[in-house]
Write a protein that binds this ligand. Sequence first.
Ligand code: ATP
Length: 603
Amino acid sequence: MSDQAPKPQTAESVSSTRYLVGRLWHDAIRNYIGWVVLAVLCMSVMAGTNAFSAYLMKPIVDDVFVAKNEAMLWPVGLLVIGTFMIKGFANYSQSMLMNHVGLRIIADTQNRLFTHLAHMNLNFFHRNPTGTLISRFTLDIHQMKVAVSNGLTGFGKDLLSLIGLIGVMFYQDWQLAFASFFAFPVAIYPIVRIGRRMRKVTANTQVELGLFTTVLTQTFQGIRVVKAYGMQAYEASRIADVVERIYKLNMKAARTREISRPIMETLGGGAIFVVIVYGGSRVIAETTTAGAFFSFLTALLMAYEPMKRLAGLNASMQQGLAGAERLYQLLDQQPEITDKPNARDLGKVFGAVSFDDVTFAYSDEVKALSNVSISIPAGKTVALVGPSGAGKSTILNLIPRFYDVDAGSISIDSTDIRDATLDSLFGNIALVSQEIMLFDDTVSANIAYGKGGASQDEVEHAARHAAAHDFITELPDGYDTIVGEQGFKLSGGQRQRLAIARAMLKDAPVLLLDEATSALDTESERHIQAALYELMEGRTTVVIAHRLSTIIDADLIYVIDQGRIVEQGAHGELLARGGLYKKLYELQFNDELAAELAVVSQG
Ligand code: ATP
C-alpha cells in the first residue's frame, strides 16, 4: 500500500472519476479498512442469505406443494425463518458499520479542512466567500460521505446479492437465465450517460448553494442596515433569485436521477415477460420443474432491487465525487505565506520595528505602498496619519505578515520577519483593530483568547488594567456572561475595552492599534483612553490615530498619502511645516482643539 496520495497530472485528470476514487480511498477509506472489511463480510452474509431464500422456493414448491411431502413442511419453514433472521442481523451489522465509517469520514474531513483553512492567508478568505466555505463543510462533505457509503454498499451488498441471485438463476435454469438477460447491455449506455450529467448538475447546484449561504449570512449579519434602509424587499428578491436557480437545478438533478427508473422498470418488465412466456412453456413441456421456475422467478424479482440501486449508483457516486472534487481543490491549496525551512524562533523580542523601502500591492494594478521606510525604536509609539485609502491599514497588515511585501523588507529587532517562524512572530504582536471580533462565549473566554491557558486571575488582572473589570462585574453573570454573537449584548465602548484586555493579557512587545473612529460618549472615551495608555506603556506601538491626544503623545508621526510617506516628525514640527499634516489636522481636529482650548481658558 503506497503512502503517497495519487498525483494528478493535468487539470482534467484532477476531476477524473479514477483519480477521485483513488484519492477517496487514500485519504478517507483506507484508515477504516478494518471496519470496511467487517462490513463487507456482513454484506456477503446478507447476499448469501438472499440467494439462499430464493433457492428455498424450489423445495417449497416441488416438495411441499407439488409432491405434498409433509415431512418437508417444518424443516423448510424453519429454514426460512433462520435465513431471514440471519439476513436481518447481517443487514443491521453492515449498516451500523458503514454508518460508523461514513460518519467518521465526515468528522475527520471536517477537522482536516478546518485546520487547513485556519492556516490560509487573508487573500484566500478574500477570494472565497464565507458561505462557499461553509457549504464545503456541510454539503460537500455530506455528499462525499454518501458517495463513499453508497459506493461501498453498492459494491458490497448489492453487487454480491446480485451475483448470488444470478447464481441461483443459472443453477435453476441456465437457458432461461440467458434468455432473460438480454436487457443488460441495453441498460448500461443510458446509465453511464445519466451519471455524467448528474455530476455536472450537482456541481452547478453546489455553486448556487454556496452563494445562497453567503447571501443569507451577509443579510442576517447586516440585518440592522437592511432594516434601517428598508431593504427587506430588495434582499428578499435577491434571495428569491438564488432560491429559484437552486430549485431549477434541483429539479434538473431530480429529472436526471429519476429518468433511470422508467428505463429500469421497462427493462425489468421485459425480463419478467420473457421468463413467464419462455419459462412457463418449459414447465408445461416438463423440461423443468415448477419449483425451479418459481425459485428462478423469485431470484429474478429479488435481483431487481439491487440491480436498480446499482443502476442509480453511478449517478449518486458522481454527485458525491463532485463534492469530493471541490473539497480536494480546497485542501490542495497551500498558504502562500509559510515558514521558511530554516525559519527561526524570535523568542521574546525587544520590539524595534523597521520598514526598509517597502513596496506592496494587493493586486497587480495599483500599489498600496511605495518605498515606505519607517523606523520605530523598541518601546516607542508611532502614529500613522493620512487621508482615507492612504495605506495606513496596509502598513499594519504587513507587520504580522498577513501579506508579504513585494519589495524591500520589514524587520523586528533586525530580523527580517520572513526569516522568523510565523508562530513566534504572532506571539510577539498584539492587534487591537476597529472591527472588534468577539466570539459568542463568556467574557472570560473572550479575554483569555489573548493567551492560551490563562487563569481566571490573569484574566481579571488584564480586565482591571483595561478599565473593564467594573462593568464586567455589573453584568448579569459577571465574567461568565455570554457576550452574544459579535458581542451584541455589550456597548461599543465595552467591546473595545474587552479587546484591550485581550491584548493586555497577551502582553506582546509590539502593539498594532487601529483606533476606533466612531465617537463614544466622554465617559466611555475617558475609560478607553486610560486603558489604551496602560496597554501602550512599555510597548512598541504602531497606531492608526484618530484621537488628537494619541497623535500629540506619539514619539513620531508619519503622514501617509497615496501609499507614500510624505511627512514625518513630531506634532509641533509638522504643524509648523504647514503641509498635508496641518491640513488634515485642521480638517479633523478643529472642533476638538476648540473644545480643548475652551477647557484650558476656563481653567
Ligand atoms: P482608511 O483610513 O480609510 O482605513 P487606509 O489608509 O487604512 O484607509 P488601506 O486600507 O491601507 O488605507 O488601503 C490602501 C489602498 O489599498 C486603498 O487604495 C485600498 O483600496 C487598497 N486595499 C486595501 N485593502 C485591499 C484588499 N484587501 N484588496 C485590494 N485592495 C485593497
